[in-house]
Design a protein around this ligand. Structure first.
Ligand SMILES: NC(=O)c1ccc[n+]([C@@H]2O[C@H](COP(=O)([O-])OP(=O)(O)OC[C@H]3O[C@@H](n4cnc5c(N)ncnc54)[C@H](O)[C@@H]3O)[C@@H](O)[C@H]2O)c1
Length: 439
């Protein structure tokens, strides 16, 4: 009886939904069998939230630091531990359906690509990858493997962002002439270092070689990489742009239907070959869409204390730009979308009688589990998140060659006339850790 039901589920799921019949085969009670890679920091909250879905069941936790399982073990006791995601994947094989990837950025692509090649569904933290090339490969692989994906910029599903996106799509301020987005935080703000410091002894709990993964060998040093501070280093993170670009530019992409920019140029302070600049401005030009005015749209990013001209926002006297967020300059007014807060419309006199209708929040984590179980799509899948991440990481490539306008041939993944910039679209992988193109 069980076999018959399982066989039926397997064949009917494949036939109707056209994606691998992973659920059902190992999974008679139809729970989604999930593994987590990266179990503390954001990994803890990702696993907590995904695991609060009634049909989510953890079958493996992986962390390169055995000292970082205690919180997740308290919440989900008895789940087997692993230190190397490759061994966990091969050991579990068909006994897992999906993975939550919450490691530092430099490892996202290696883990997500390995999982998708096995036909596993992926929830992966933002930025989706560490390089433009990797973002492209993950998007292509997700389509090829027909798996359900979601990037972990959870504010995408928050009421505040959804409300702003709806107002812009409804044309409340008319077509958009320009966008300015900022995060006051500075790059390289955690270590203030400009070169790797003197080596130190790694904690006994940490497998430093596995933490490095795809990155070239370097000595462990205390309190500058693991945990959290890896963000400052070009080899591992993406500075402020990498940390916040996929959050703050998400409503810009969603509302205006943006895809690939046509050009990018950056200026910065404090650039060196190891860490990200302390402050930067990145100028993007995108092809116009039906939500924008004219053939192109300028989107400008500021961080490290740099800000757009506040006069552009037409704020009332005494009000300042949000700590982080965007201003959308429309034909008929300005929308400020704080990160994270409800959108505001300016000038206030013009919109004083306008009632902003608050949109309901979604559950970003459960939406992914539901999409896997039902064979539906998420709104933040790799088809959407891939190009958003490409644009963010293209900005990071441009910031390493400041002052140069780079035309972006997205289809060919080329920056014509700038081979030095093109090299920054990919990275060198440590021997044995190469990531193969989608296929
Ligand atoms: N969406 C958000 O709001 C948000 C917030 C914070 C961080 N993040 C993202 O989450 C990711 C993790 O950031 P964090 O601040 O939690 O970092 P972190 O360094 O504090 O934690 C990472 C965890 O992953 C483990 N880890 C590292 N490499 C691993 C590997 N190869 N295999 C298994 N485990 C590994 C670490 O031991 C640690 O437990 C990053 O991509 C970051 O951009 C997103």
């Amino acid at each position: 009886m069980n076999t018959t039901r399982r066989t039926f589920l397997k064949t009917s799921t494949t036939a109707v939904l056209g994606f691998p019949a992973i659920l059902g085969a190992q999974n008679p009670n139809s729970n989604l069998q999930i593994v987590g890679v990266g179990c503390d920091g954001k990994g803890f909250s990702d696993l907590k939230e995904v695991g609060s879905h009634a049909r989510a069941k953890y079958v493996g936790f992986c962390d390169v630091d055995s000292g970082r399982f205690s919180k997740i073990d308290q919440m989900f006791p008895g789940v087997p531990h692993h230190v190397d995601f490759r061994e966990m994947f091969s050991k579990l094989g068909a006994a897992f359906d999906a993975v939550v990837v919450s490691t530092p950025d430099h490892m996202h692509a290696a883990i997500a690509m390995a999982a998708m090649r096995m036909g596993k569904h992926v929830y992966c933290q933002k930025p989706l990858t560490h390089t433009v090339w990797e973002a492209r490969q993950l998007r292509l692989q997700a389509a090829k493997s027909k798996v359900r994906t979601q990037m972990g910029n959870q504010i995408h599903s928050a009421s505040e962002y959804r409300t702003g996106v709806k107002l812009l799509r409804d044309g409340v301020i008319g077509k958009i002439l320009a966008v300015h987005s900022w995060q006051r935080n500075g790059g390289n703000g955690y270590t203030k270092l400009t070169a790797p410091p003197a080596p130190g002894i790694a904690p006994e709990t940490l497998n430093w070689d596995l933490w490095l993964g795809v990155a070239p060998k370097r000595e462990y040093a205390p309190d500058v990489y693991h945990p959290f501070k890896w963000r400052d280093w070009q080899e591992f993170g993406g500075g402020t742009m990498g940390d916040f670009g996929c959050h703050i530019l998400d409503p810009v992409f969603s509302a205006l239907g943006l895809g690939s920019p046509s050009s990018v140029r950056a200026e910065n302070e404090g650039l060196n070959e190891h860490t990200w600049p302390s402050a930067e401005t990145v100028h993007y030009v995108f092809p116009g869409t039906k939500y924008t005015k004219g053939p192109s749209l300028h989107v400008t990013w500021y961080d490290g204390g740099r800000l757009p001209d506040a006069a552009l926002a037409q704020l009332p006297a005494g009000q300042e730009l949000a700590r982080a967020g965007s201003i959308f300059i429309g034909e008929g007014g300005v929308l400020m979308q704080p990160h994270v807060g409800m959108p505001q419309l300016f000038p206030v006199e013009k919109f004083s009688s306008f009632q902003i209708e608050k949109q309901p929040a979604g559950n970003h984590y459960h939406a992914w589990v539901d999409a896997v179980l039902a064979g539906t799509e998420t709104s933040d899948n790799f088809d959407y998140a891939g190009p958003l991440t490409e644009a963010v990481l293209l900005g990071n490539a441009a910031t390493r060659i400041p002052g140069v306008t780079l035309d972006w041939d997205a289809a060919a993944m080329r920056l014509p006339g700038h081979p030095e910039a093109e090299r920054l679209l990919r990275r060198k992988y440590r021997e044995g850790w190469e990531i193969q193109p989608a296929g």
